[in-house]
Design a protein around this ligand. Sequence first.
Ligand SMILES: Cc1ncc(COP(=O)(O)O)c(C=O)c1O
Length: 402
Amino acid sequence: MSTRPRVSARISAISESATLAVDAKAKAMKAAGRPVIGFGAGEPDFPTPDYIVEAAVEAARNPRFHKYTPASGLPELKQAIADKTRRDSGYAADASRVLVTNGGKQAVYQAFATLLDPGDEVLVVAPYWTTYPEAIKLAGGVQVDVVTDETTGYLASVEQLEAARTDRTKVLLFVSPSNPTGAVHSREQTEAIGRWAAGHGLWVVTDEIYEHLTYGGAEFTSIATAVPELGDRVVILNGVAKTYAMTGWRVGWLIGPSDVVKAATNLQSHATSNVSNVAQMAALAAVSGDLSAVARMREAFDRRRQTMVRMLNEIPGVFCPEPKGAFYAYPTIKELIGKELRGRRPQTSAELAELILEEAEVAVVPGEAFGTPGYFRLSYALGDDDLVEGVSRLGKLLAEAR
Ligand SMILES: Cc1ncc(COP(=O)(O)O)c(C=O)c1O
C-alpha cells in the first residue's frame, strides 16, 4: 500500500471558504424551517437587469457562441472592457491587455500565479478577503499581513507598509473599496501608497471590483491611474458581479502589461479556456450600457448601510466605524469575547458567531475568516426589513452578555 497522501499537500492546505460555509449553514437551517436571517452573503440581492439577461438569451441562439472562442475573451468584450475602464477610472489600456476570466476570483488566482515565484512576498492589508491568502499560497508566495483596526477605519499607512517591506517583497495588494471592511482610501492616501510602491519597484495588484459602490461623499480612486509612476507594474482586477448584480454569471477580468497578460492567458488556455460565451455577451451588454442600475442599487445599499451602522453602534460592546464602500459593515465585538451568554462563554469571534446562529438565528461571518479575530462581517445586501429584524435580534441577544 502506498503511504503517499491521497490529496496533495498543496491542495490539502486550502481551507474552505468561510464566507460560503456560513452561508451554506444558514441556508441549511432555513431549509429545515428555521427563520434564519443571513448577513453572510457577498452578493447584491437584486436580479440582473433585464437588458443584460436579454443579451444572453440572444447569444444562446447564435451558433457562433456554441463554439470555442479565444481563451483570452471575445474581442468585442475586451474592447468594451478597455473602453469602460477608460470611462470609469481614466485608465487607458489597449484591448490586447485585457484577459476575460471566470469571475474576479479566477483573475485573482491567475494574477498571483503569473507574478509570484516561491518565496516572493505579498503585502496584504488585514482584514482581507478570504480568497487572497489561498491564491497567494497556491502560487508559492508568502503573504505578509499589514494589520489595521477600527481606530484608523481599517486604513493602512505608508509607515505600516514600509515596516512590513523586505527585500523579498514583490507585490502590494491594494483593495479599495475593501471587502470585508468597506474602507475606501482617499485620493491622497492612494497616491501616497502608490508612490511609495513605485519608489520601491513593487508591483501593485489592485482589486477594483467595488469601484461603483461608494457612499457619503467617498470616491473610488484607481491607483493605476492616480500613480502613473507605477508604469507597467500594475495589474487591475475587476468584474461584473457586484456592479450589475451578476455574481452567478462568472465574468471578471484582469488588465496588465502585455507579458503578464500573455502568460496568464497561456495558463487560462490550459485551465479553463474561454469563459462561457453566453455569459461574456451578457457582460458585454453590462459594461457597454450605462450605470443607472448600479446607481439604484447604491441608493438602497446606502440607506441600509446607515441603518445597520446606527443599530450596531447602539449595541453595548459593539463598535462599527462607518464603512464608505462595498456592502459590508465590520464591527469589532472584542469586548464581548469571554463574557457569559446563554450559559456559554465564547472565547473567540468564531464561537460567538456560532452561538448567535443557534440562539438568535442570525448568520454573521466571524473575523477569523478575514485574518482578524474579534470582529464580525455583516453584509447589508439584503432586504431592509430583514436587515432591521436581524440586527435587532443580534442586539437583544448580545445585551444579555455578562
Ligand atoms: C474583493 C473581491 N474581489 C473579487 C471578488 C470576486 O468576485 P467574482 O469572482 O464573483 O467575480 C469578490 C467577491 O466576493 C470580492 O469581494
